[in-house]
Design a protein around this ligand. Structure first.
Ligand code: 13P
Ligand code: ZN
Ligand code: NA
Length: 280
């Protein structure tokens, strides 16, 4: 069934596991990720990122996500990832998304908090949850732009949360969007400090490329939502490439199934790393 992010993260917080928030880009990735959740009996979050809407228009991908979540055998939240435009965030809510992120990570703390509060007000009318970001996750979120990381300051996180009381808060502790250029070096002491002053579940962006050991430490220190995109899409490309090399006469439906299975397997690996399996 379709549920809110808040409900999913509350349970994760109580039982101390992480929930995978998987970016989807088409019907096949939606089917694959939900299949992974059902087969592992895990709650999950499906998300579509604003920066990808030029490839996967919201009016098409949104209803597919919502419909798939509604008929899933496990709890699924449908989330709008890295929203910056209020009108697009509202569109997502109108399509039935149960959660939205306002990404004000490029703004001053004051402006970020003020705009986050506006989005919370809007989302409340729909009964939807809100995620915000303090500090700035680096790397490439749309595959084009390379953003400089701004580490989250504990005091900023505290102040931001006191002002907004947002449902979930994304932090920058050395995590990066896309492929890590060198071994990820996450600042766990900082994360621990943030967790102590922020009552809401924390969110780790840039989940692709982080080790199981580090994921579990993050979960221990308050991370309950973990965003994964690159790992899923790279697994799909890798599998499709191998399939095309093996088969001279490839039929379309074999290719279609290959995408679903690749997305499913990648998501399953993450679900097990986050220990949300058998928690639905
Ligand atoms: P990765 O592509 O590094 O997994 O990051 C995903 C993400 O943070 C989406 O918001
Ligand atoms: Zn992100
Ligand atoms: Na990453």
């Amino acid at each position: 069934p379709l549920v809110t992010m808040k409900e999913i993260l509350q349970k994760a917080d109580q039982s101390n596991y992480g929930v995978g928030s998987f970016n989807v880009v088409n019907m096949e990735t939606v089917i694959g990720v939900i299949k992974a959740a059902e087969e592992t009996n895990s709650p999950i979050i499906l998300q579509a990122a604003e920066a990808r809407l030029r490839y996967s228009p919201l009016n098409l991908i949104g209803p597919i996500m919502v419909a798939a979540a509604q008929k899933a055998k496990v709890p699924v939240a449908v989330h709008f990832d890295h929203g910056s435009r209020p009108e697009t965030i509202k569109q997502a809510l109108d399509f039935g998304f149960t959660s939205v992120m306002f990404d004000g990570s490029g703004l001053s703390l004051e402006e970020n908090a003020a705009k986050t509060i506006e989005v919370i007000r809007l989302a409340k009318r729909y009964g939807a949850s809100v995620e915000a970001e303090i500090g700035r996750v680096g790397g490439s979120e749309d595959g084009l732009e390379n953003i400089e990381m701004a580490i989250t300051q504990v005091q900023d996180a505290k102040e931001f949360f006191e002002r907004t009381e947002v449902d979930a808060l994304a932090v920058a502790i050395g995590n990066v969007h896309g492929v890590y250029k060198s071994e990820p070096n996450l600042q766990f002491e900082r994360l621990k400090g943030i967790d102590e002053v922020v009552a809401a579940p924390l969110v780790l962006h840039g989940g692709s490329g982080i080790t199981v050991h580090d994921f579990r430490r993050c979960i221990q220190y308050g991370i309950k939502k973990i965003n994964v995109q690159t790992a899923t899409l790279n697994k799909v490309v890798e599998r499709v490439r191998a399939l095309c090399q093996q088969n001279e006469k490839l039929d379309y439906f074999t290719y279609h199934q290959c995408i679903i299975n690749a997305a499913c397997e990648s998501a399953k690996g993450h679900i097990e790393a986050f220990q949300s399996n058998n928690q639905a």
